[in-house]
Write a protein that binds this ligand. Structure first.
Ligand SMILES: Cc1cc2nc3c(=O)[nH]c(=O)nc-3n(C[C@H](O)[C@H](O)[C@H](O)COP(=O)(O)OP(=O)(O)OC[C@H]3O[C@@H](n4cnc5c(N)ncnc54)[C@H](O)[C@@H]3O)c2cc1C
Length: 455
Protein backbone atom coordinates (compact mmCIF):
# COMPACT_ATOMS: atom_id res chain seq x y z
CA UNK A 1 0.00 0.00 0.00
CA UNK A 2 1.33 3.41 -0.81
CA UNK A 3 0.97 6.10 1.79
CA UNK A 4 0.21 9.67 0.94
CA UNK A 5 2.33 12.29 2.59
CA UNK A 6 -0.05 15.06 3.63
CA UNK A 7 0.46 18.14 1.59
CA UNK A 8 0.08 20.91 4.10
CA UNK A 9 2.87 23.14 2.87
CA UNK A 10 5.88 23.27 5.17
CA UNK A 11 6.04 20.53 7.74
CA UNK A 12 5.21 21.17 11.35
CA UNK A 13 7.40 22.87 13.90
CA UNK A 14 5.76 20.61 16.43
CA UNK A 15 3.52 17.59 16.04
CA UNK A 16 1.79 16.36 19.18
CA UNK A 17 1.04 12.66 19.55
CA UNK A 18 -2.00 12.19 21.81
CA UNK A 19 -4.34 14.95 22.89
CA UNK A 20 -5.12 14.48 26.54
CA UNK A 21 -4.69 17.25 29.13
CA UNK A 22 -0.88 17.34 28.70
CA UNK A 23 -0.86 18.17 25.02
CA UNK A 24 -4.05 20.22 25.39
CA UNK A 25 -2.19 22.50 27.82
CA UNK A 26 0.67 22.68 25.31
CA UNK A 27 -1.71 23.50 22.43
CA UNK A 28 -3.17 26.37 24.47
CA UNK A 29 0.29 27.67 25.36
CA UNK A 30 1.26 27.61 21.67
CA UNK A 31 -1.94 29.28 20.55
CA UNK A 32 -1.53 32.03 23.17
CA UNK A 33 2.07 32.48 22.01
CA UNK A 34 1.01 32.72 18.35
CA UNK A 35 -1.79 35.14 19.18
CA UNK A 36 0.61 37.38 21.06
CA UNK A 37 2.85 37.59 17.94
CA UNK A 38 5.98 37.68 20.07
CA UNK A 39 8.72 35.50 18.61
CA UNK A 40 8.40 33.03 15.75
CA UNK A 41 4.94 31.82 14.80
CA UNK A 42 4.72 28.06 15.39
CA UNK A 43 3.07 25.71 12.97
CA UNK A 44 1.71 22.89 15.16
CA UNK A 45 -0.71 20.01 14.91
CA UNK A 46 -1.88 17.38 17.40
CA UNK A 47 -3.01 13.87 16.49
CA UNK A 48 -5.47 12.02 18.73
CA UNK A 49 -6.79 8.52 18.22
CA UNK A 50 -10.13 9.14 19.96
CA UNK A 51 -12.92 10.50 17.78
CA UNK A 52 -13.47 13.49 20.09
CA UNK A 53 -11.73 14.81 23.17
CA UNK A 54 -12.16 12.43 26.12
CA UNK A 55 -10.46 12.23 29.50
CA UNK A 56 -10.81 8.80 31.16
CA UNK A 57 -14.45 8.62 30.12
CA UNK A 58 -14.85 5.12 31.54
CA UNK A 59 -14.31 6.53 35.04
CA UNK A 60 -16.45 9.68 34.80
CA UNK A 61 -18.49 8.65 37.80
CA UNK A 62 -21.21 11.21 38.62
CA UNK A 63 -20.07 12.06 42.13
CA UNK A 64 -16.29 11.58 41.78
CA UNK A 65 -14.32 14.75 42.47
CA UNK A 66 -10.97 15.98 41.24
CA UNK A 67 -7.88 15.21 43.27
CA UNK A 68 -6.15 18.40 42.34
CA UNK A 69 -7.10 22.00 42.98
CA UNK A 70 -8.99 23.67 40.13
CA UNK A 71 -6.27 26.34 40.26
CA UNK A 72 -3.96 23.73 38.74
CA UNK A 73 -6.02 23.85 35.57
CA UNK A 74 -4.62 23.99 32.04
CA UNK A 75 -3.21 27.50 32.32
CA UNK A 76 -3.42 29.35 35.65
CA UNK A 77 -0.04 28.31 37.06
CA UNK A 78 1.75 29.76 34.02
CA UNK A 79 -0.64 32.56 33.08
CA UNK A 80 -3.28 33.52 35.64
CA UNK A 81 -4.69 36.02 33.13
CA UNK A 82 -5.43 33.37 30.48
CA UNK A 83 -9.03 33.10 29.32
CA UNK A 84 -8.59 29.30 29.17
CA UNK A 85 -8.82 29.04 32.96
CA UNK A 86 -11.37 26.98 34.85
CA UNK A 87 -12.79 30.21 36.25
CA UNK A 88 -13.35 31.56 32.72
CA UNK A 89 -15.03 28.29 31.83
CA UNK A 90 -17.31 28.61 34.86
CA UNK A 91 -18.09 32.18 33.91
CA UNK A 92 -19.05 31.13 30.39
CA UNK A 93 -21.19 28.30 31.69
CA UNK A 94 -22.97 30.73 34.08
CA UNK A 95 -21.90 28.83 37.21
CA UNK A 96 -19.16 31.05 38.63
CA UNK A 97 -21.12 32.36 41.59
CA UNK A 98 -22.60 28.91 42.35
CA UNK A 99 -19.11 27.43 42.35
CA UNK A 100 -17.84 30.15 44.69
CA UNK A 101 -20.69 29.44 47.09
CA UNK A 102 -19.75 25.77 46.97
CA UNK A 103 -16.46 26.65 48.72
CA UNK A 104 -14.42 23.85 47.25
CA UNK A 105 -11.11 23.58 45.44
CA UNK A 106 -12.10 20.21 44.02
CA UNK A 107 -14.72 20.25 41.25
CA UNK A 108 -16.57 17.18 40.10
CA UNK A 109 -14.59 15.06 37.66
CA UNK A 110 -17.43 15.33 35.12
CA UNK A 111 -17.24 19.11 35.43
CA UNK A 112 -13.47 19.18 34.88
CA UNK A 113 -13.98 16.89 31.89
CA UNK A 114 -16.46 19.40 30.50
CA UNK A 115 -13.89 22.14 31.13
CA UNK A 116 -11.28 20.15 29.17
CA UNK A 117 -13.77 19.65 26.30
CA UNK A 118 -14.58 23.37 26.29
CA UNK A 119 -10.88 24.24 26.10
CA UNK A 120 -10.15 21.53 23.50
CA UNK A 121 -12.91 22.85 21.26
CA UNK A 122 -11.37 26.32 21.32
CA UNK A 123 -8.09 24.97 19.92
CA UNK A 124 -9.87 22.40 17.72
CA UNK A 125 -8.25 23.76 14.56
CA UNK A 126 -4.91 22.41 15.85
CA UNK A 127 -6.15 18.84 16.36
CA UNK A 128 -6.94 15.94 14.12
CA UNK A 129 -9.08 13.37 15.92
CA UNK A 130 -9.59 9.75 14.93
CA UNK A 131 -5.91 9.59 13.99
CA UNK A 132 -3.65 7.10 15.74
CA UNK A 133 0.08 7.39 15.33
CA UNK A 134 1.41 3.96 14.45
CA UNK A 135 5.09 4.66 13.81
CA UNK A 136 7.65 7.41 13.80
CA UNK A 137 10.61 7.34 11.41
CA UNK A 138 13.51 9.71 11.94
CA UNK A 139 14.88 11.28 8.77
CA UNK A 140 18.64 11.56 8.94
CA UNK A 141 20.98 13.99 7.23
CA UNK A 142 24.52 12.73 7.75
CA UNK A 143 24.74 11.93 11.46
CA UNK A 144 21.88 14.18 12.46
CA UNK A 145 18.15 13.59 12.73
CA UNK A 146 16.60 16.52 10.93
CA UNK A 147 12.91 15.66 11.16
CA UNK A 148 10.43 12.87 11.75
CA UNK A 149 7.94 11.16 9.50
CA UNK A 150 4.89 10.29 11.53
CA UNK A 151 2.76 7.42 10.22
CA UNK A 152 -0.90 7.05 11.16
CA UNK A 153 -3.72 4.51 10.97
CA UNK A 154 -5.42 6.63 8.32
CA UNK A 155 -2.53 6.04 5.94
CA UNK A 156 -1.44 9.65 6.17
CA UNK A 157 2.14 10.54 6.97
CA UNK A 158 3.01 13.80 8.65
CA UNK A 159 6.35 15.51 8.69
CA UNK A 160 7.59 17.40 11.72
CA UNK A 161 10.79 18.84 13.05
CA UNK A 162 9.77 18.22 16.67
CA UNK A 163 7.37 15.87 18.40
CA UNK A 164 5.52 16.15 21.70
CA UNK A 165 4.53 12.65 22.73
CA UNK A 166 1.90 12.50 25.50
CA UNK A 167 0.14 9.21 25.02
CA UNK A 168 -0.80 8.62 28.65
CA UNK A 169 -0.75 5.51 30.78
CA UNK A 170 -1.75 1.97 29.90
CA UNK A 171 -4.23 0.03 32.10
CA UNK A 172 -2.34 -2.68 33.94
CA UNK A 173 -3.65 -6.14 34.92
CA UNK A 174 -1.88 -8.34 37.48
CA UNK A 175 0.46 -10.99 36.13
CA UNK A 176 -1.42 -14.08 35.07
CA UNK A 177 -4.81 -12.36 34.73
CA UNK A 178 -6.08 -12.09 31.20
CA UNK A 179 -8.76 -9.62 30.17
CA UNK A 180 -12.03 -11.14 28.93
CA UNK A 181 -15.76 -10.41 28.73
CA UNK A 182 -16.07 -10.90 32.49
CA UNK A 183 -12.62 -9.87 33.63
CA UNK A 184 -11.77 -6.26 32.88
CA UNK A 185 -9.90 -3.19 34.03
CA UNK A 186 -11.74 -0.39 35.81
CA UNK A 187 -10.84 2.02 32.98
CA UNK A 188 -13.89 0.50 31.21
CA UNK A 189 -16.13 0.67 34.26
CA UNK A 190 -18.97 2.87 33.01
CA UNK A 191 -19.10 1.17 29.60
CA UNK A 192 -19.25 -2.27 31.18
CA UNK A 193 -21.86 -1.53 33.85
CA UNK A 194 -24.07 0.13 31.25
CA UNK A 195 -24.13 -3.22 29.44
CA UNK A 196 -25.24 -5.12 32.57
CA UNK A 197 -28.87 -5.08 33.64
CA UNK A 198 -28.41 -7.26 36.72
CA UNK A 199 -25.67 -9.01 38.66
CA UNK A 200 -25.43 -11.00 41.84
CA UNK A 201 -21.75 -10.65 42.68
CA UNK A 202 -18.71 -8.58 41.70
CA UNK A 203 -15.12 -8.99 42.77
CA UNK A 204 -13.02 -5.81 42.77
CA UNK A 205 -9.27 -6.21 43.01
CA UNK A 206 -7.18 -3.32 44.33
CA UNK A 207 -7.06 -0.76 47.15
CA UNK A 208 -6.41 2.55 45.40
CA UNK A 209 -8.75 5.42 44.55
CA UNK A 210 -10.13 3.73 41.43
CA UNK A 211 -10.75 0.49 43.33
CA UNK A 212 -12.65 2.31 46.07
CA UNK A 213 -14.67 4.30 43.53
CA UNK A 214 -15.46 1.12 41.59
CA UNK A 215 -16.54 -0.69 44.75
CA UNK A 216 -18.79 2.19 45.79
CA UNK A 217 -20.34 2.53 42.34
CA UNK A 218 -21.11 -1.19 41.92
CA UNK A 219 -22.49 -1.35 45.45
CA UNK A 220 -24.99 1.44 44.81
CA UNK A 221 -25.73 0.73 41.13
CA UNK A 222 -26.57 -2.97 41.78
CA UNK A 223 -28.61 -2.97 45.00
CA UNK A 224 -29.10 -6.77 44.92
CA UNK A 225 -25.47 -7.62 44.26
CA UNK A 226 -22.66 -8.50 46.62
CA UNK A 227 -19.44 -6.56 46.07
CA UNK A 228 -16.28 -8.27 47.29
CA UNK A 229 -13.26 -6.00 47.62
CA UNK A 230 -10.00 -7.96 47.56
CA UNK A 231 -6.67 -6.35 48.41
CA UNK A 232 -3.37 -7.17 50.03
CA UNK A 233 -3.53 -4.34 52.60
CA UNK A 234 -5.55 -4.44 55.79
CA UNK A 235 -7.59 -1.51 54.63
CA UNK A 236 -7.97 1.37 52.23
CA UNK A 237 -5.39 3.98 53.22
CA UNK A 238 -5.86 7.74 52.91
CA UNK A 239 -3.99 9.86 50.42
CA UNK A 240 -1.70 12.43 51.97
CA UNK A 241 -2.77 15.83 50.68
CA UNK A 242 -1.50 17.78 53.67
CA UNK A 243 0.14 21.14 52.85
CA UNK A 244 3.82 20.27 53.37
CA UNK A 245 3.56 16.94 51.59
CA UNK A 246 1.75 18.73 48.76
CA UNK A 247 4.95 20.60 48.04
CA UNK A 248 6.16 17.54 46.17
CA UNK A 249 3.84 18.73 43.39
CA UNK A 250 5.34 22.24 43.20
CA UNK A 251 6.75 23.21 39.79
CA UNK A 252 10.09 24.18 41.36
CA UNK A 253 10.50 20.66 42.73
CA UNK A 254 10.95 19.40 39.18
CA UNK A 255 14.27 21.29 39.07
CA UNK A 256 15.43 19.82 42.36
CA UNK A 257 14.27 16.34 41.43
CA UNK A 258 15.84 16.38 37.99
CA UNK A 259 19.17 17.52 39.40
CA UNK A 260 19.27 14.94 42.21
CA UNK A 261 21.21 11.65 42.07
CA UNK A 262 19.12 8.66 40.95
CA UNK A 263 19.08 7.08 44.43
CA UNK A 264 17.73 10.30 45.96
CA UNK A 265 15.05 10.55 43.30
CA UNK A 266 13.97 7.02 44.10
CA UNK A 267 13.92 7.82 47.80
CA UNK A 268 11.71 10.86 47.20
CA UNK A 269 9.31 8.86 45.04
CA UNK A 270 9.10 6.21 47.76
CA UNK A 271 8.59 8.75 50.57
CA UNK A 272 5.75 10.47 48.75
CA UNK A 273 4.13 7.55 46.98
CA UNK A 274 1.20 7.90 49.37
CA UNK A 275 0.30 11.24 47.84
CA UNK A 276 -0.82 9.37 44.73
CA UNK A 277 -0.38 5.60 44.62
CA UNK A 278 -2.66 2.98 46.25
CA UNK A 279 -4.38 5.61 48.35
CA UNK A 280 -7.94 6.87 48.62
CA UNK A 281 -9.66 10.14 49.54
CA UNK A 282 -10.56 9.98 53.20
CA UNK A 283 -14.22 10.93 52.52
CA UNK A 284 -14.63 7.91 50.30
CA UNK A 285 -12.97 5.59 52.81
CA UNK A 286 -15.37 6.81 55.48
CA UNK A 287 -18.35 6.42 53.17
CA UNK A 288 -17.40 2.82 52.36
CA UNK A 289 -16.83 2.06 56.03
CA UNK A 290 -20.24 3.56 56.89
CA UNK A 291 -21.92 1.28 54.36
CA UNK A 292 -19.95 -1.75 55.54
CA UNK A 293 -20.80 -1.15 59.21
CA UNK A 294 -24.47 -0.39 58.52
CA UNK A 295 -24.79 -3.73 56.73
CA UNK A 296 -23.23 -5.51 59.70
CA UNK A 297 -25.84 -3.92 61.96
CA UNK A 298 -28.65 -4.86 59.58
CA UNK A 299 -27.30 -8.38 59.14
CA UNK A 300 -27.15 -8.29 55.33
CA UNK A 301 -23.57 -7.92 54.22
CA UNK A 302 -23.34 -6.98 50.56
CA UNK A 303 -20.07 -5.10 50.86
CA UNK A 304 -17.49 -7.73 51.78
CA UNK A 305 -13.87 -6.87 52.45
CA UNK A 306 -11.22 -9.51 51.84
CA UNK A 307 -8.28 -7.78 53.46
CA UNK A 308 -4.69 -9.04 53.34
CA UNK A 309 -5.78 -11.31 50.50
CA UNK A 310 -5.05 -12.13 46.90
CA UNK A 311 -6.72 -13.84 44.01
CA UNK A 312 -5.16 -17.31 43.87
CA UNK A 313 -7.21 -18.71 40.98
CA UNK A 314 -9.57 -17.40 38.39
CA UNK A 315 -11.59 -19.67 36.11
CA UNK A 316 -14.25 -18.59 33.65
CA UNK A 317 -17.37 -20.76 33.73
CA UNK A 318 -20.33 -20.82 31.36
CA UNK A 319 -22.17 -18.05 33.14
CA UNK A 320 -19.58 -16.39 35.33
CA UNK A 321 -16.12 -16.43 36.86
CA UNK A 322 -14.99 -18.66 39.73
CA UNK A 323 -12.61 -16.68 41.87
CA UNK A 324 -10.50 -18.27 44.59
CA UNK A 325 -9.49 -15.69 47.15
CA UNK A 326 -6.62 -16.59 49.47
CA UNK A 327 -5.81 -14.94 52.77
CA UNK A 328 -2.15 -13.89 52.85
CA UNK A 329 -1.98 -14.39 56.60
CA UNK A 330 -3.80 -17.73 57.08
CA UNK A 331 -3.78 -19.15 53.52
CA UNK A 332 -7.49 -19.85 53.99
CA UNK A 333 -9.27 -19.99 50.65
CA UNK A 334 -12.76 -18.75 49.75
CA UNK A 335 -14.36 -19.58 46.42
CA UNK A 336 -16.62 -16.87 44.99
CA UNK A 337 -18.87 -17.26 41.95
CA UNK A 338 -18.96 -13.82 40.36
CA UNK A 339 -20.54 -12.13 37.36
CA UNK A 340 -17.47 -10.02 36.80
CA UNK A 341 -14.00 -9.34 38.17
CA UNK A 342 -12.85 -5.74 37.99
CA UNK A 343 -9.10 -5.21 38.16
CA UNK A 344 -8.57 -1.77 39.63
CA UNK A 345 -4.88 -2.49 39.56
CA UNK A 346 -3.46 0.72 38.20
CA UNK A 347 -1.69 1.85 35.07
CA UNK A 348 1.82 1.69 33.67
CA UNK A 349 3.60 4.15 31.41
CA UNK A 350 3.86 2.98 27.83
CA UNK A 351 7.33 2.76 26.36
CA UNK A 352 7.48 5.97 24.42
CA UNK A 353 10.36 4.65 22.36
CA UNK A 354 8.17 1.86 20.92
CA UNK A 355 6.78 4.35 18.44
CA UNK A 356 10.32 4.92 17.19
CA UNK A 357 10.70 1.24 16.21
CA UNK A 358 14.26 0.35 15.19
CA UNK A 359 15.28 3.96 15.59
CA UNK A 360 14.72 3.68 19.35
CA UNK A 361 18.32 2.55 19.61
CA UNK A 362 19.34 6.22 19.35
CA UNK A 363 17.66 6.98 22.70
CA UNK A 364 20.07 7.15 25.60
CA UNK A 365 19.06 5.12 28.63
CA UNK A 366 19.87 4.90 32.32
CA UNK A 367 21.19 1.78 34.07
CA UNK A 368 17.64 0.49 34.45
CA UNK A 369 17.05 0.84 30.70
CA UNK A 370 14.73 3.83 31.04
CA UNK A 371 15.02 6.67 28.53
CA UNK A 372 17.11 9.64 29.66
CA UNK A 373 15.07 12.82 29.50
CA UNK A 374 16.56 16.34 29.61
CA UNK A 375 15.14 18.96 31.96
CA UNK A 376 13.22 20.49 29.04
CA UNK A 377 11.48 17.09 28.50
CA UNK A 378 13.51 16.15 25.40
CA UNK A 379 14.52 12.54 24.93
CA UNK A 380 18.31 12.45 24.93
CA UNK A 381 19.67 10.75 21.85
CA UNK A 382 22.95 9.63 20.37
CA UNK A 383 23.86 11.29 18.11
CA UNK A 384 22.50 14.57 19.43
CA UNK A 385 19.80 15.72 17.17
CA UNK A 386 18.50 18.94 15.62
CA UNK A 387 15.02 17.46 15.75
CA UNK A 388 13.60 16.66 19.15
CA UNK A 389 11.09 14.36 20.82
CA UNK A 390 9.52 15.99 23.87
CA UNK A 391 7.80 13.56 26.21
CA UNK A 392 5.12 14.16 28.84
CA UNK A 393 3.46 11.79 31.28
CA UNK A 394 4.44 8.91 33.55
CA UNK A 395 7.36 8.10 31.27
CA UNK A 396 9.29 10.97 32.91
CA UNK A 397 8.48 10.09 36.52
CA UNK A 398 11.99 8.76 37.15
CA UNK A 399 13.55 12.00 35.85
CA UNK A 400 10.99 14.73 36.62
CA UNK A 401 9.14 13.37 39.64
CA UNK A 402 5.70 12.42 40.79
CA UNK A 403 3.81 15.20 38.98
CA UNK A 404 4.76 13.66 35.64
CA UNK A 405 1.63 11.53 35.31
CA UNK A 406 -0.64 14.08 37.01
CA UNK A 407 -2.33 17.35 36.18
CA UNK A 408 -0.59 19.46 38.84
CA UNK A 409 2.25 20.70 36.69
CA UNK A 410 0.56 20.67 33.30
CA UNK A 411 0.47 24.40 32.69
CA UNK A 412 4.05 25.08 33.76
CA UNK A 413 5.41 22.08 31.86
CA UNK A 414 3.68 23.32 28.71
CA UNK A 415 5.46 26.67 29.07
CA UNK A 416 8.81 24.95 29.65
CA UNK A 417 8.42 22.86 26.50
CA UNK A 418 7.29 25.89 24.53
CA UNK A 419 10.29 27.92 25.75
CA UNK A 420 12.67 25.14 24.79
CA UNK A 421 11.08 24.81 21.37
CA UNK A 422 11.22 28.53 20.74
CA UNK A 423 14.83 28.86 21.77
CA UNK A 424 15.86 25.90 19.62
CA UNK A 425 13.92 27.22 16.62
CA UNK A 426 15.37 30.69 17.05
CA UNK A 427 18.90 29.27 17.31
CA UNK A 428 18.35 27.01 14.29
CA UNK A 429 17.12 29.91 12.22
CA UNK A 430 20.01 32.07 13.25
CA UNK A 431 22.42 29.28 12.36
CA UNK A 432 20.87 28.46 9.01
CA UNK A 433 22.76 30.63 6.54
CA UNK A 434 20.50 30.97 3.57
CA UNK A 435 17.77 29.21 5.45
CA UNK A 436 14.29 29.35 4.09
CA UNK A 437 12.86 32.58 5.41
CA UNK A 438 9.67 32.92 7.33
CA UNK A 439 6.64 33.04 5.07
CA UNK A 440 4.44 36.07 4.76
CA UNK A 441 2.57 35.10 7.91
CA UNK A 442 5.80 34.81 9.85
CA UNK A 443 5.44 31.02 9.70
CA UNK A 444 8.51 28.86 9.86
CA UNK A 445 9.60 27.33 6.61
CA UNK A 446 12.94 25.99 7.84
CA UNK A 447 11.62 22.46 7.95
CA UNK A 448 10.79 20.35 4.99
CA UNK A 449 7.94 20.56 2.57
CA UNK A 450 5.88 17.43 2.96
CA UNK A 451 4.66 16.62 -0.49
CA UNK A 452 4.85 13.35 -2.33
CA UNK A 453 4.33 9.65 -2.07
CA UNK A 454 6.38 7.17 -0.08
CA UNK A 455 6.31 3.49 0.69
C1 LIG B 1 -9.80 7.99 36.56
C2 LIG B 1 -8.62 8.90 36.66
C3 LIG B 1 -8.72 10.07 37.37
C4 LIG B 1 -7.63 10.93 37.48
N1 LIG B 1 -7.77 12.04 38.21
C5 LIG B 1 -6.71 12.85 38.36
C6 LIG B 1 -6.82 14.02 39.17
O1 LIG B 1 -7.87 14.31 39.76
N2 LIG B 1 -5.73 14.81 39.30
C7 LIG B 1 -4.55 14.52 38.66
O2 LIG B 1 -3.60 15.29 38.80
N3 LIG B 1 -4.43 13.42 37.90
C8 LIG B 1 -5.47 12.58 37.73
N4 LIG B 1 -5.33 11.46 36.97
C9 LIG B 1 -4.02 11.14 36.32
C10 LIG B 1 -4.05 11.30 34.77
O3 LIG B 1 -2.95 10.61 34.26
C11 LIG B 1 -3.97 12.74 34.32
O4 LIG B 1 -5.13 13.35 34.80
C12 LIG B 1 -4.00 12.98 32.79
O5 LIG B 1 -4.90 12.12 32.16
C13 LIG B 1 -2.65 12.92 32.13
O6 LIG B 1 -2.83 13.51 30.85
P1 LIG B 1 -2.05 13.03 29.56
O7 LIG B 1 -2.49 13.93 28.47
O8 LIG B 1 -0.59 12.95 29.85
O9 LIG B 1 -2.54 11.53 29.30
P2 LIG B 1 -3.98 11.00 28.91
O10 LIG B 1 -5.04 11.75 29.57
O11 LIG B 1 -3.96 9.53 29.12
O12 LIG B 1 -4.09 11.28 27.35
C14 LIG B 1 -3.32 10.58 26.39
C15 LIG B 1 -4.04 10.67 25.06
O13 LIG B 1 -3.22 10.12 24.05
C16 LIG B 1 -4.03 9.38 23.14
N5 LIG B 1 -3.15 8.43 22.46
C17 LIG B 1 -2.48 7.39 23.01
N6 LIG B 1 -1.73 6.77 22.08
C18 LIG B 1 -1.92 7.45 20.92
C19 LIG B 1 -1.40 7.29 19.60
N7 LIG B 1 -0.51 6.32 19.29
N8 LIG B 1 -1.83 8.15 18.63
C20 LIG B 1 -2.72 9.14 18.92
N9 LIG B 1 -3.24 9.33 20.17
C21 LIG B 1 -2.83 8.49 21.15
C22 LIG B 1 -5.07 8.75 24.05
O14 LIG B 1 -6.23 8.40 23.32
C23 LIG B 1 -5.34 9.87 25.05
O15 LIG B 1 -6.40 10.72 24.64
C24 LIG B 1 -6.40 10.59 36.85
C25 LIG B 1 -6.30 9.40 36.15
C26 LIG B 1 -7.39 8.56 36.04
C27 LIG B 1 -7.24 7.28 35.30
Amino acid sequence: MSTVLRDEGPSYDLLGVGFGPSNLALAIAVSEHNAASRGPHLNVRFLERQKTFGWHRGMLIDDATMQVSFLKDLVTMRNPASDFSFLCYLHERGRLVDFINHKTLFPLRVEFHDYFCWAAERVGDLVRYGTEVTAVRPVVDGAEIVRFEVHTNTGEVYSARNLAVATGLIPSLPDGIVESKRVWHNSDLLYKVDEMSAASRFVVLGAGQSAAETTALLHSRFPDAEVCAVFSRFGYSPSDDSPFANRVFDPAVVDEFHGAPPEVRKQILDYHANTNYSVVDLDLIEELYRRHYREKVLGVERLRIFQASRIAQLAETEDGVRVTVESLTTSERTVLEADAVVCATGYRPGDVTTLLGDAASICRRDDAGRPLVARDYRLLTTPDSGAAVYVQGGVTEHTHGITSSLLSNNAVRAQEILDSLLSRITAARAGEAGAAPADSNGRSTYAHAAVGVVG
